[in-house]
Design a protein around this ligand. Structure first.
Ligand code: SAH
Length: 264
């Protein structure tokens, strides 16, 4: 019997985007799948409010995954999904934000496909869309940004070997995921590549959740501002002229929703 026969499954694995935190940002499909899941494999970044939707009867398997602290190696997660699909009709693989944006959802989909397991991808609101909306910072805006680029600030070998000249485009908004630890280097490289040191920047922690906190600075003052505001992970960084709109379009005030989140 080949490994494929052994695991030949009747179940489907749903690679579901949980959005950035606010459960109201789940898609209708994600919400429906979560409430009828047989088993859920979830990441660290999935908010407790989203986890609350899962029926008490469905086992929840934690797959870990913090940027520097991978609890379960990717190969193990891949194998786990294949074996769960052999036993359950509906396996929900729940990921923060969108499964196909810095979420390794595509790696899991490739593995499932190679093993003959049926899968579906349910897009989620990525941190970029969620955080920018809740901060009132549009990612594009006529006259300020003609495009937007998502970038990871953390690479496997921790070398930021990007084409900095190309990234230093004053007309393009840069959204940096996992960029907190390397913020100083990112800002310095962008300035060295020609982006103005006074380019606005916003850093938001736990965006769209009641614990959302943010600070606004410039490329030059970014590290100082983030340190002073004690911004921690998960943190999204928005760089570009649009970040200068922060404050003018604010509509969401998380501090009204929750108190005593400091130790959360
Ligand atoms: N697939 C996810 C991204 C996973 S990478 C998505 O589409 O959003 C994890 C990084 O996403 C974090 O380090 C952080 O940079 C960002 N992130 C995810 N949720 C966030 C949130 N609620 N607030 C701020 N940043 C967040």
């Amino acid at each position: 019997m080949t490994e494929r026969d052994e695991h030949s499954s009747t179940g489907t694995v749903y690679l579901v985007g949980a959005g950035p935190g606010d459960p109201d940002l789940l898609t209708v499909k994600a919400s429906r799948l979560l409430s009828s899941a047989d088993v859920v494999v979830y990441d660290r970044l999935v908010s407790p409010a989203v986890m609350d939707i899962i029926p008490a009867t469905a086992p929840r398997i934690y797959a870990g995954k913090a940027s520097a602290n991978h609890h379960m190696p990717q190969s193990e997660i891949n194998a786990l999904l294949v074996s769960l699909a052999a036993e359950h009709a509906s396996v929900v693989r729940l990921k923060g934000g969108d499964p196909f944006i810095f979420g390794r959802g595509s790696e899991e989909a490739i593995h499932l496909s190679e093993n003959g397991v049926a899968f579906e991808v349910v897009p989620g609101i990525s941190a970029a869309s969620g955080c920018s909306a809740y901060l009132g910072i549009p990612l594009t805006h006529r006259g300020l940004a003609t495009g937007v680029r998502y970038l990871t600030g953390h690479t496997q070998d921790d070398e930021l070997n990007f084409d900095w000249e190309q990234l230093a485009d004053p007309e393009t908004t840069l959204v940096v995921y996992m960029g907190l630890a390397n913020l100083g280097e990112i800002a310095a490289r962008l300035i060295a590549a020609g982006l103005s040191a006074s380019t606005p920047l916003a850093a938001v922690e736990r965006g769209t959740t009641p614990a959302q906190r943010h600070c606004v600075a410039t490329l030059e003052t970014a590290v100082e501002a983030v340190t002073a505001a004690k911004i921690g992970p998960p943190c999204l960084i928005i760089i570009g002229k649009v970040a200068g709109l922060a404050g003018t379009l604010e509509w969401w005030r998380p501090e009204q929703v929750v108190k005593n989140q400091d130790s959360a």
